[in-house]
Design a protein around this ligand. Structure first.
Ligand code: MN
Length: 329
């Protein structure tokens, strides 16, 4: 058989899910589509297996494409549910701080970690994680786990799994040649359940506010090219709310001639959030750069957050780090 990008899940992980009577499903705070849709898909699979499920996410549900999902998630787990000694399934998180405050009450429970980030630290016992950095989304890993559990794919699960996949691949844009054949075969199975890629694209992109689109344009208009145009730095001011502005900023600026990476700094008042994107051909691993700042992510898309620094200091630090990384490339 051809080698798969998806290794087999450990029998221990599968048995721990099969033997659990109740489960808590949690993904990272400040969630994106992959975090929430992998949670929803996992919860549905567990419910189909007859388990009680508590679906948790700290939020905030800021982005336009996920706002409507907020009522489906609890902000914390009731002590009565914790008393049932549920299995905790942590999705799309590379470090134990990513799930945020609700996770702190769950640290004594057994847990399974399913994730696709390239940097991180193991935070469960051996055999209880399924971590595949080659996977373009966590939902693809949930699909593998579903198969191992022998649960049939239905239209709703397929819809969730597809949405996480297209969120993290930018509708196939970031899909590597290595991952494409298997993932597109899985995506084909999702469409065979009756989902419509065209409708899902429109649903996930329509309905933006004109003011947000204008804010995106302002961020782009004020972006600066440095390091001979190889790096572009953009700033989202504190007055702009986060209505999925960053996708448009990255998409436009990464098309600039000669650019290797784009950094978007979001001024959050008490902290500066830094987003990194690099061109596929650049060879730059921005996940490693973000990890040096205490953040993480993937080689082409990553994020970090810094405190007690002014915007000009953050810019100077990032330019120095990127210059070093580009020299080593
Ligand atoms: Mn993800």
């Amino acid at each position: 058989m051809e080698r798969s990008i998806f290794p087999e899940c450990s029998g221990k992980l599968i048995r721990s899910i099969e033997q659990s009577e109740a489960a808590i499903v949690i993904a990272h705070r400040n969630p994106d589509g992959d975090a929430l849709y992998s949670s929803l898909a996992m919860a549905r699979i567990l419910t189909q297996m007859g388990k009680s499920v508590c679906l948790v996410n700290e939020g905030p549900f800021l982005r336009d494409d996920i706002k409507a999902l907020e009522p489906l998630f609890s902000k914390e787990v009731e002590s009565g549910f914790i008393a049932r000694k549920p299995l905790v399934i942590v999705l799309d998180c590379s470090t134990p701080d990513r799930p945020g405050i609700p996770f702190e009450a769950l640290m004594d429970l057994p847990r399974v970690v399913i994730d696709h980030h390239s940097s991180g630290v193991p935070f469960t016992e051996s055999g209880m994680s399924y971590i595949v950095p080659a996977s373009p989304s966590t939902t693809m890993l949930v699909d593998v786990v579903r198969e191992s559990l022998g649960v049939a794919l239905d239209r709703t699960t397929a819809d969730y799994l597809y949405r996480g996949f297209v969120t993290d691949t930018g509708f196939y844009h970031f899909l590597s040649s290595e991952a494409a054949p298997e993932c597109l075969r899985r995506a084909a199975a999702f469409t065979e359940c009756g989902i419509s890629p065209y409708e899902i694209y429109d649903e996930m992109h329509d309905g933006r506010k004109l003011s947000d689109i204008k804010d995106t344009a302002r961020i782009i208009a004020e972006a600066e090219a440095v390091l001979d145009g190889r790096l572009i730095i953009a700033v989202q001011g504190i007055e702009m709310k986060d209505g999925r502005l960053s996708d448009g900023v990255y998409a436009s600026l990464l098309e600039t001639e000669g650019v290797k990476a784009v950094i978007l700094i979001k001024d959050k008042g008490d902290a500066m959030e830094i987003g990194f994107r690099s061109k596929n051909r650049s060879g730059l691993d921005v996940g490693a750069i973000a990890a040096r700042l205490g953040g993480g992510g993937h080689s082409k898309a990553a994020g970090a957050s810094v405190k007690d620094m002014k915007i000009d200091q953050v810019k100077a630090m990032l330019i120095a780090m990127m210059e070093e990384a580009m020299a080593a490339e």
